[in-house]
Design a binder for this molecule. Structure first.
Ligand code: NAP
Ligand code: ZN
Length: 356
């Protein structure tokens, strides 16, 4: 039998959310039914609800920072049991056979991984995400949340955590590396904590100094305002690695020039419009410009365990379902401290209040 569950659904591009219900598929042998407790709001939710990247599928139930408790498991599931605390990130399926899936990098699946929402299952059914009270997910795409991380703090790690952990790991950021993080929002504030836990000397490059105290508390050694021209002079050729978490276009050349010889600027921020840069900004110091996409399931588990061990904890603002639109506005104004997390129980309550 399928399950009916309350959800927040965007009916069309940029529209307000409806309080509605959606159907979750009948539990297959390898499926896990999860009672969702908390879901983070990622800037990617906003890009997609507003169709800023193109190709959005409506109605859309966003949410790929899902933390909850196992409610039921299929007959062939061995890894999870009822009552266990679990998470789901940005993907819910992949082919499982290609070289990238076999290497634990399902995000690069040749067939295309199935995104948690605004995607399609391989049978063509649209996927619906974590702004809902229950979800059915294949066991291979479910991770265990360590005991020491409360569920509401675990939620943001399922996207913001993995997306910043993987590039730091891939480019071997470690002891003594000079790292800058551009933008201290949802991704950025976790990136600062992860990089400093890995032993790097971290600098935050933010639009203003208004969050400096928080940045230093998250482990940064230095904090600069990018509104000051002097910042770009002072920091010229300073960094081995720069992680760009900004959701908007930047002056790429100005940031490339902050890299030392052989330094790398990695984009995880995904603005709707293209960036441009001058080849000389790379040539002059053999610099690299790169990008990175979320991360595989094995790395997601590793990242959660790393966060538990190193006390990496997102800073969150817990909100009810009826505050999601306001939260979107605040994220867009860079007024987020530092991740909005929906208390998912309020979705059902909102539905009954609104009588729909
Ligand atoms: P967020 O919470 O809004 O953080 C972005 C931060 O960028 C803001 O807090 C702000 O930090 C800075 N910023 C915003 N507008 C700016 C502007 N015009 N100029 C300079 N700085 C600006 O967003 P998020 O959830 O962290 O996501 C960030 C981006 O990553 C989004 O584009 C999202 O879609 C993308 N993303 C990519 C992946 C991936 O796999 N690559 C995964 C998840 C998300 P300050 O106030 O400190 O300047
Ligand atoms: Zn995300």
């Amino acid at each position: 039998m399928s399950t009916t569950t309350p959800a927040l659904s965007a009916p069309s591009v940029g529209a307000r959310f409806d309080r509605t219900t959606i159907e979750r598929r009948e539990l297959g042998a390898r499926d896990v039914l999860i009672d969702i407790k908390f879901c983070g709001i990622c800037h990617s939710d906003i890009h997609q609800v507003k169709d800023e990247w193109g190709g959005s599928i409506y109605p859309m139930v966003p949410g790929h920072e899902i933390a909850g408790v196992v409610a039921d498991v299929g007959s062939a599931v061995e890894k999870f049991s009822v009552g266990e605390r679990v998470g789901v990130g940005c993907m819910v399926d992949s082919c499982g056979e290609c070289e990238y899936c076999l290497a634990g990098e399902e995000q690069f699946c040749v067939k295309g991984s199935v995104l948690t929402y605004n995607g399609r299952e391989y049978d063509g059914e649209p996927t619906f995400g974590g702004y809902s009270q229950q979800i059915v997910v294949k066991d291979g795409f479910v991770v265990k949340i360590p005991d020491s991380i409360d569920l509401e703090y675990a939620a943001p790690l399922l996207c913001a955590g993995i997306t910043t952990y993987v590039p730091l790991k891939h480019w071997r950021v470690g002891e003594g590396a000079k790292v800058a993080v551009i933008g201290m929002g949802g991704l950025g504030h976790v990136g600062v904590q992860l990089a400093s836990a890995m032993g790097a000397e971290v600098t935050v490059l933010s639009q203003t100094l208004s969050k400096q105290e928080d940045g230093l508390r998250f482990g940064a050694k230095h904090y600069y305002s990018t509104s000051e021209k002097s910042t770009f002079k002072e920091l010229r050729s300073s960094f081995d690695f720069i992680l760009n978490t900004v959701s908007a276009n930047l002056n790429v050349d100005a940031y490339l020039r902050l890299l030392r010889v052989d330094g790398t600027l990695v984009n995880v921020g995904a603005p709707a419009k293209p960036d441009s840069f001058h080849a000389f900004s790379l040539i002059g110091a053999r610099r690299s410009l790169a990008g990175s996409s979320i991360g595989g399931i094995q790395d997601t588990q590793e990242m959660l365990d790393f966060c538990a061990e190193h006390n990496v904890n997102p800073a969150i603002e817990l909100i009810a379902a009826d505050a999601v639109e306001d939260a979107y506005d605040r994220v867009e104004r860079s007024d987020v401290r530092y991740r909005f997390v929906i208390d998912v129980a309020t979705i059902g309550q909102a539905a009954s209040q609104h009588g729909s």
